[in-house]
Design a binder for this molecule. Sequence first.
Ligand SMILES: Cc1cc2nc3c(=O)[nH]c(=O)nc-3n(C[C@H](O)[C@H](O)[C@H](O)COP(=O)(O)OP(=O)(O)OC[C@H]3O[C@@H](n4cnc5c(N)ncnc54)[C@H](O)[C@@H]3O)c2cc1C
Length: 474
Amino acid sequence: MPGATTIIWFRRDLRLHDNPALLEAVRLGSGEVAAVFIIDEVFAAPSGPARTRYLRQSLEALDVSIDGALIVRRGEPSEELERVARELHVRDIVATGDYGPQGRRRDDRVREALARQGISITYVDSPYVVAPGIVTTKTGTPCRVFGAFQRGWNTHASTRPMPAPSGVHWRRAPSVSLDELDACAGKDRPSYFPDVVDDVVMHEIGAGEVAGHRLLTQFDDRVDDYGESRNLPGRDSTSRLSPFLRFGALHPRQVLSILDGASQGRATYRSEVCWREFYADVMYHEPQSASQSLQPAMRYLRCDEGAVAEERFAQWAKGQTGFPLVDAGMRQLLGEGWMHNRVRMITASFLVKHLHVDWRWGAKWFMWHLIDGDLASNQHGWQWVAGTGTDPSPFHRIFNPTLQASRFDPHGTYIHRYVPELRDVPAPQCLEPGGGTGLLRAGAYPLAIIDAARERDEALSRFHDARERARVAS
Ligand SMILES: Cc1cc2nc3c(=O)[nH]c(=O)nc-3n(C[C@H](O)[C@H](O)[C@H](O)COP(=O)(O)OP(=O)(O)OC[C@H]3O[C@@H](n4cnc5c(N)ncnc54)[C@H](O)[C@@H]3O)c2cc1C
């Protein structure tokens, strides 16, 4: 019956199970559904080759799961949706809600443009267990600290996933090749990025819904140890589910329902998923925090600029600082498009507090390279570490990269894996600046590029200066 087909516009929900937007499309279309993905240059621009490739793999997996019926278009979403709608005589479109700053603006624009053409679009659900904006303090204001958010979130969080729809007739229409992703990704490459070889070898986690469920089931066997082991990068004991959550091959509802239970590891895991939701909520209420320090006083923090900053940034980005744990993390990022959380904190802290480079440079580098690159988690992960964000006791916490290495990688397992120059250097020497230079052949591994103690003092002095300048200005 012409007019009955409904479009599901896939964005960050590349799955069939537990997808309320898809279920709604199936209901509205009485089982006749067109699955559409639009390559939008605005969203592809800050993404480097690794995440672009991972998105492609996720889309290919989705396409396989709907018998090759995914309709891919490239261009301005309202125009492309309208075009497909005309071709297939569609009046209704459904999509999962997007709560990011750009996504919300785009979705409002698309709704208005389509309404002018007599096409309705409904946004359903969110990529979160509790949609941003729902959890508030007792007085109804947004939560600015994690503890308050988590208490509220716990009372709202329902984890009952829904099944995949059955008996769907997937409509077909002309589609462009996924090669188009490469053509428009990465246009926002900042000039201060150093050149690096793009030879990311994806960790064998796979992409798409089936791979996500496989990984989730495997993790279920080890989640009880998560509380203890999650901070040890050499153990590789975290779930690795972040890229699946990023593109919605898994919804956090599904993750939490499988990992439900009473152990300490499960409780800690639930809390980590809540951090993701907290940051999405902060970004929802404070969209400017994507590019500005959340704490106004910290906007006065003096960062280095020009050639010196660019040189230091390049050494950091390439994993050539002479601080083994920092270099191991940055090389893991370049090699795998992913980095362990503890090491993300240490490398980020090093850039901001030891090298005095603006957190936004580092956030861009991470966003470019991470396959799980997510604006809210990334910008607020950076702001937390930089002491400019939601953390109430922020700037004084300066990670000492050597002490962090002896605490979290005491045998140098992680360092040995990613810094081949140090493979023959045992701990504790391999944890030290320059990798215990005395044991090395000259030039094999860089000498430390800074004196960490001196730069720590410099960071604290800049912090006090920023506070004073903010006080005078207010
Ligand atoms: C500077 C910095 C940048 C970051 N950038 C991103 C990013 O772009 N995308 C991203 O998904 N995460 C980011 N994180 C958070 C965290 O590092 C990753 O989510 C985690 O390392 C992913 O690995 P995993 O799935 O094995 O995590 P697990 O330890 O298994 O955690 C399970 C899930 O909980 C969520 N989670 C865990 N820790 C955090 C956290 N601190 N903040 C928000 N969510 C969390 C993630 O969705 C993760 O998949 C960043 C953290 C820092 C410090």
